[in-house]
Ligand binder design. Structure first.
Ligand code: NAP
Ligand code: GCO
Length: 266
């Protein structure tokens, strides 16, 4: 291919909350494209588990303990990474939580906690990383959005509000810092088989599939749940020079969910 580069050689990539799940798979794909991997998690034991998992995949990742909702801790963490590993070229705001509670039963405290991790934290981490990107003359920010950046459903009011907000934060970072050669895009995964969605896939006591599991498979033209690895290629593309004129977009990686009106009743 003439002149098109998907290589991340020489780039430092920070993926938040990436000791397992989607973050881990994205980090692995980026390492495969040549990037140096930095990740964080809230607890040391998870960082240690993550480091071992990366090592097992032949990747010498740099792991740190940091709660992405704590602005002071994030600023100290980013300064430490810049001193120990290098200035960050690629940021993936991946750390996230969900609380599935009907809105009328949800406390304001729980609602705020979801907004704090899924929306305020990407603001805090991006704010800490952008000055280094401006100095370097380039940067890539990838925000992990969701089907819930577009859709609602029962029990996920806080998560949908946060992920909808994250879509708009993405567009705003692109608007505000595009002139500094910083591209900020989102990836909107469909339904991906990770610990976060495990309760939706649990087998019923009689051994049959969870009704939500069947529902998602029927809503997905691909006819299956996504695997975390399905997000690797799109993440490498959005982190590489190949996407230098792509800014403020959300790339939905959903097996076709958003294109599909749904199965006709039999
Ligand atoms: P996951 O398996 O639950 O992993 C989330 C990671 O984020 C965990 O390592 C978690 O650490 C970490 N984390 C949570 N709060 C944190 C904090 N305050 N500071 C630092 N790290 C924190 O989730 P996943 O399914 O891989 O999802 C990753 C991202 O993709 C999330 O933003 C999620 O909303 C989004 N997403 C997931 C799906 C899906 O179907 N799975 C679809 C669309 C979007 P702990 O283990 O310590 O909590
Ligand atoms: C839910 C799910 C979703 C997914 C994902 C979809 O309860 O509906 O957990 O929100 O995790 O974000 O893209």
């Amino acid at each position: 291919m003439s002149g098109i580069s998907f290589s991340l050689q020489g780039k430092v990539a920070l993926i938040t909350g990436a000791s397992y799940g989607i973050g881990f798979a994205i980090a692995k794909a980026m390492a495969g494209a040549g990037a140096t991997i930095v990740f964080n998690d809230i607890r040391q034991e998870l960082v240690d588990k993550g480091l071992a998992a990366y090592r097992e995949s032949g990747i010498e990742a740099h792991g740190y303990v940091c709660d992405v909702t704590d602005e002071q801790a994030v600023n100290a963490f980013v300064a430490e990474v810049e001193a120990e590993v290098g200035v960050i070229d690629i940021l993936v705001n991946n750390a996230g939580i969900i609380k599935r509670i009907p809105m009328l039963e949800m406390s304001a405290k729980d609602f705020r906690q979801v907004i704090d991790v899924d929306l305020n934290a990407p603001f805090i981490v991006s704010k800490a990383v952008i000055p280094g990107m401006i100095k370097k003359g380039h940067g890539k920010i990838i925000n992990i959005c969701s089907m819930m950046s577009e859709f609602g459903r029962e029990t996920v009011s806080a998560y949908a509000a946060a992920k909808g907000g994250l879509k708009m934060l993405t567009r705003n970072i692109a608007s505000e810092y595009g002139g500094y050669n910083i591209q900020c895009n989102g990836i909107g995964p469909g339904y991906i088989a990770t610990p976060q969605t495990a309760p939706l896939r649990e087998k019923q006591p009689d051994g049959s599939r969870h009704p939500f599991d069947q529902f998602i498979v029927s809503k997905t033209p691909a006819g299956r749940w996504g695997e975390a690895e399905d997000l690797g290629g799109p993440a490498v593309f959005l982190a590489s020079d190949a996407s230098d004129f792509v800014n403020g977009q959300i790339l939905y990686v959903d097996g076709g969910i958003q294109a599909y009106i749904g199965k006709q009743p039999s």
